[in-house]
Design a protein around this ligand. Sequence first.
Ligand code: SAH
Length: 388
Amino acid sequence: MKIQLTTQGSKKVRQGYPLIQKEDLAKGEMTTDWVELTSPQGDFLAMGYLGKQNKGLGWVLSDKKQAIDENFFVRLFQKAKMNRQVYYQDQTTTAFRLFNGEGDGLGGLIIDLYQDYAVFSWYNDTLYGKKATIIQAFQKVFPEVLGAYEKVRFESQLPESQLLYGQTASEPLIVQENGINYATYMNEGLMTGIFLDQKEVRGALVDGLASGKTVLNMFSYTGAFSVAAAMGGALQTTSVDLAKRSVPKTKEQFSVNGVDPETQNIHVMDTFEYFKYAKRKHLTFDLVVLDPPSFARNKKKTFSVAKNYGELIEDSVNLLNQNGMIIASTNAANVSPKQFKQMIEEAFLAKGVSYKKVKSYALPSDFATIATFPEGDYLKVYCYEVKK
Ligand code: SAH
């Protein structure tokens, strides 16, 4: 089937932009078939598909006229596997991203590896409808994967998480990253217990960044940064998260690494409440890690990285020791690296402290991105030395 794009939409596709948006469609019709995208004049532009997802209405698959069939997916998966040989060869890391959507040539599907298990995340119903072919291709290229789970990340009546094929994984499933154990769960809602895009930051904490320091980990989730810091020789860690489940989850992350959780602090608390609490108790830290969600709503306050990150920095500076460090992280795609840096540094200036950016991190190579889709390159992590 042929789908006509507008002049503007055609221009975007010709420039290599992979996402199709509503305004790019000349006629607005939808289909679940693979499509040939054409210009208003009817010239072939690319192969693709239409599928409504959180952002956008479809994806470009190839600028060559070709069949989108099992062989097409086999080739994509083979290439993705080849590009991740560093991770396959690294005996100390058993969890990483196998396939990163548009970055690997197929927007709408992400696949992560957790030891012997794969987790598929589907972002639209059209691709989900093609899953038999896609799984067949995947199993040809990754026969060593014992079982797979799927997460449904589009609006539907389907369960958000279920076994897709093969064997079930143990609960927890212990995976390794930079030699550290992490307890993960393949079938508990959309999240598994670890965000694989932060592996280099956790690696730096393990490798000495936290050594001899007291560490405050804000928005700690399952405490992965705290565990990496503790394993890297931190004097003590404090983890703060609003969610009650974060306590047993964080304790478990310490336990699976042989660290007694009772030697660490874990608080179920709103971050801004914790800042006040710590001030009252005169608690101070050498290293503060800030990795909030892009948006968060709680009873009193809506937090957004774009608006409120500076407050987090200012409040963190208050709790820092004289020579401290802040690891400022965000996954907000709507905040550019430049804007993020500016928000952080304005907050330092407002507090009258001197600062130096000593290291920055972006997505690791398993989170493949393409230059023509800069919003896919969402992760920004900056380490600042701060002198009070
Ligand atoms: N830094 C974590 C991931 C954070 S995910 C890691 O690397 O693993 C975001 C977390 O922020 C969630 O666990 C959520 O419960 C928590 N959160 C959201 N709003 C919060 C708030 N106001 N105060 C504290 N935690 C909050």
